[in-house]
Design a protein around this ligand. Structure first.
Ligand code: ARG
Length: 275
């Protein structure tokens, strides 16, 4: 009797589930960002052709590649992706986020493309695709102007080194500097501030950014020391599965280099032509 009762309840439950499923079948279920994604899917033509508009993620603050000026995002990366978009023939829908959210956002499909001084690494290639390299960089140390103890990477042992969450320099500190504490910030300005207010001994970050920051904002508080550590190359990143777009972007990049447009953008932001 007890068993029968239970199985009756079971049948009832299953029947109820069917009814519920049928009611929900009208497309009203909401997974995260559901309808947005559905729209996006339908924009894609089945044969893998290009879309009219791509969502391009960038970082909120990484001078001089992307940063806000008079309420607008400007910088080398922004000019470059717009020039590429003109060349290939698509509209850019720019979305900015903290650096550590960019690659996950490509993986989940929130963004199609990302340009944010992203270093091409084998590890990242497992989850996103990259364009050909568009900029050569490396890592640099910045310390307080009056700091006499830190003159190179060997002096960072056991020190607190500020950097950006999810960056190649955070990895570098963990792997290569004995006993150093990587103090990782979501926003870059906080990392510079940590050195300026003495809560970190140094910052280790991308060479063009450290140089530009010191030149424009931090001249009285920070200085650069040591050499260029770990050569890196920046690439434009893509959500996987967009091979045609990647090759179109590579072609555009090559033709911008060819035409001198790339040099023009480079000179605008770095004050000199690329070597
Ligand atoms: N190039 C380094 C990396 O890929 C640092 C990122 C720099 N870009 C930025 N927008 N914060 O990890």
């Amino acid at each position: 009797m007890e068993i029968k009762k239970r199985s009756l309840w079971g049948i009832l439950l299953i029947a109820m589930m069917f009814v519920l499923a049928a009611c929900g079948g009208g497309g009203s279920e909401s997974t995260s960002g559901g309808s947005d994604n559905a729209d996006k899917e339908s924009e894609k033509s089945g044969d893998g052709g290009l879309k009219d508009t791509y969502t391009v993620a960038s970082d909120t603050s990484f001078v001089p590649f992307e940063f806000k000026e008079d309420g607008e995002y400007v910088g080398f990366d922004i000019d470059l992706i717009n020039a590429i978009a003109d060349e290939v023939g698509f509209e850019v829908k720019l979305e900015t986020t903290n650096f550590d959210g960019i690659i996950p956002g490509l993986q989940t499909g929130s963004f199609d493309i990302a340009i944010a001084g992203i270093t091409i690494t084998d590890e990242r290639k497992k989850t996103v695709d990259f364009s050909d390299p568009y900029y050569d960089a490396g890592l640099r140390i910045g310390v307080a102007v009056d700091n006499k103890d830190i003159n190179g990477i060997e002096d960072l042992k056991e020190k607190t080194v500020a950097t950006r969450l999810g960056s190649t320099s955070a990895d570098y500190i963990k792997k290569n500097i004995e006993g150093a504490k990587a103090s990782q910030f979501e926003q870059l300005d906080q990392a510079y501030l940590a050195v300026e207010n003495g809560s970190a001994d140094a910052i280790l970050y991308d060479s063009p950014n450290v140089a530009y920051y010191i030149r424009t904002k931090g001249e009285d508080s920070l200085k650069m020391v040591g050499d260029l550590y770990q050569a890196e190359q920046y690439g434009i990143a893509f959500a996987k599965g967009q091979d045609e777009l990647v090759s179109k972007v590579n072609e555009a990049l090559a033709s911008l280099k060819e035409s001198g447009k790339y040099d023009e953008i480079y000179e605008k932001w770095f004050g000199e032509k690329p070597e």
